[in-house]
Every structure is written in C-alpha cells, then in structure tokens.
Design a protein around this ligand. Sequence first.
Ligand SMILES: *Cc1c(COP(=O)(O)O)cnc(C)c1O
Length: 384
Amino acid sequence: MKSNHIETLVLHAGIEPDPTTGAIMTPIFQTSTYVQAAPGDHKGYEYARTQNPTRDVLQKNLAALEGTAHGLCFSTGMGAVDACAKLLSPGDEVVSTNDLYGGTYRLFTKIFAQYGIKFHFVDMSDESAVRAVMNEKTKMVWVETPTNPLLRIIDIELMIQIGHEFGSIVVVDNTFASPYLQNPAKMGADIVMHSATKYINGHSDVVMGVLCTSSDELRDRLAFIQNSCGATPGPMDCFLTLRGIKTLHIRMQRHCENGAIVAHWLKNHPKVGEVYWPGFETHPNHAVAKKQMKDFGGMISFTLKDDAIDKALTFLKSTQLFALAESLGGVESLVGHPATMTHASIPKAEREANGLKDSLIRLSVGIEHIDDLIADLEGALAKV
Ligand SMILES: *Cc1c(COP(=O)(O)O)cnc(C)c1O
C-alpha cells in the first residue's frame, strides 16, 4: 500500500481482505497454536506467543504510520520499554530526561539499575546538560517529548545527533504526540516507542505497547526479546487497537482544535495562574514544537493563581465532563492532579524544584463539543 498520507495509511496499511473468506475486517485469530501438516510443515505460524495474524497486521500498520520497516507490539507500553532496556548490558549507561513518564523512571531506577545499568536524568532542553553526561559507555539515549506534566518540548533532531555522535541507540517515547503529530524515525531515531493505550487506540479500552524501527538488526533483537520474555498482546486487543487507529487522524485534529481553545480560554481566566501548552508563542520551547510537530496536541497543564492543594482538589471534585482519572489520549476528556496522583511518590521539595506546583492540574482534552468543555471548566473554577 503506497501512500504518504496518514489519513490513508491508518485505514489500509498492512490490511488485506481475509484470504479465506474475503472479510474486509482483520479477523481476531483467537488461537494459541496452529496445526502443522507434518513436523515443521506449517503456514508461518507455530505458536501464538511468537506469531499471530491479527498482531501481524497491527504491527505492519503501526510501522507504516511511523514510516519504519518494522513494528512490534507488546501487552503494555511498559512491556515495550522493558524490551528496549533489555538491549543493554551491565556497565552500559542511559541518558534520559528529568521529566520522564513515572512508570519508565520506576522501571529504569528500581529494576534495571539492579542489573548494573546506570541512568542519568537531565534537562534535555539544555544541550550542555545532555553533553555533560554523555560518554563512551552511553549506549542508549531515551527521549520523551512532549513531557509530562509540564509539556516541555525536547529537540528530537538534536538528541539524535548527540546520541549518534557517541554511537548510542536513540529511542523516542512518542506517546504524547502520537504518529499523527510527529514521526521521530523519519528524523533518524533508531526506535520509536508508544503506549498505544493512549492516543493510538484512543478509546480507553485497551492497554498496549509498540516499538517501531527500520533497523533489521534491532528488529531481530527486539523480536527475540518479545518472544523470549513473552509480553505479547492478545488478538482481541490487537483487533480493538486496529479499529481505534482508523480514526486516529480525525480524533487528533479535534483533540488539537479543542486543546487550543481550552488553552487560550484558561490563559485569560482570572483564577488561573500558569498555563503549560506548547502552542503559546511564549512557551520556552515553542520554536522546537513548531519545527517538529504538526500541531500542539490536546494535553494542557495549568496552575491556580491561589496555589494550594485544597483549591486544586475542589476543582477536581467539581468537573462533570472531565473525568478524574489516570491516563490520557482517549476520546473523553480526563483531568488529573500530578501532586497527589501520578507524581505523589516524588517528595514535595523535589517536585517544586522541577517546577511542579501543588495546584498543577493536567487536562487530556477530549473530542466533546467545545462549548460543553468550557462550561464544565468554568463551573469548576467558579467553585474554587
Ligand atoms: C502510559 C505511558 C507509558 C506506559 O504505557 P502503558 O501502556 O501504561 O504500560 C509510557 N510512556 C508514556 C509517555 C505514557 O504516557
């Protein structure tokens, strides 16, 4: 299927009518094994941890969306991060951002650090801070942009350039942007990782991870890890994700449109302090966002003028459309409070040193009617 347009790729890349029936939709191959005519005489499928036709189609589709030769799916986003980290050996070092997804930070520092791998977490929007920790042992540069919850933007091309100067593999966690907004592999990243749980599936009904790469060597090593360690997704989840992907571009357009309106509205509200959204010209990384992203996304964080946990909690209890929940990227709007939810395990002093205030509220702006979203925010702010 030849197209450079994501609008066409989401629907057609890797997807063929079922050869036995002509079914236009990819069947859910709910099977653990495949019958062989004679020992070793099979149709390319032996055991479902190793290969599954529904998963194959999803993997091909995702690879096309990121512009890579290969895609590999995992049972969760963390399963995908774990597989990447298993490319490393004791003594190796990893350079990553200090505003990293909490689950990735926990996996690196609590699990992989035990096996003699060293992690550096630095402000990746500061080139000199990155260069200061790079050395001949750096085997992986782990980028995540936009970051969570402060929506900082890291220059992907610059991180790739620095990583490759040191012969390091560069991985980009592209979850917050989705393949609609940016394609790091097209900029030269070795591996693109997604929690497809978020925008890619987009319907808050599946947990799924993805790795995309154009390197045959990395693909083979990662597929070996995928099969050996076993964090593979079931066919039903692959089917649901394929179904979700078909509207990725339309959902993202609406997330971005609604996000821009909400961000500007919040900025003009008398009870709101800071608004963090990369679309503002005053955002410190706005130029980088404009260079590498198609649009600015539907994730927004903001603080209250009166920066106090109890005021934030009043707001969080008062929204009706914005549901109070972890996660992001689904069609319905969500609201979260990093200080008591996702980032509660980080001590207050450290949170504040990283610029994360007690009243910081994170929105995943959904695709509802914008007037209803604004009315909901207005009503909740009125109670603060
Ligand atoms: C959610 C998330 C993950 C982890 O993915 P799961 O599917 O929850 O395992 C990794 N990175 C980012 C940026 C995420 O938002």
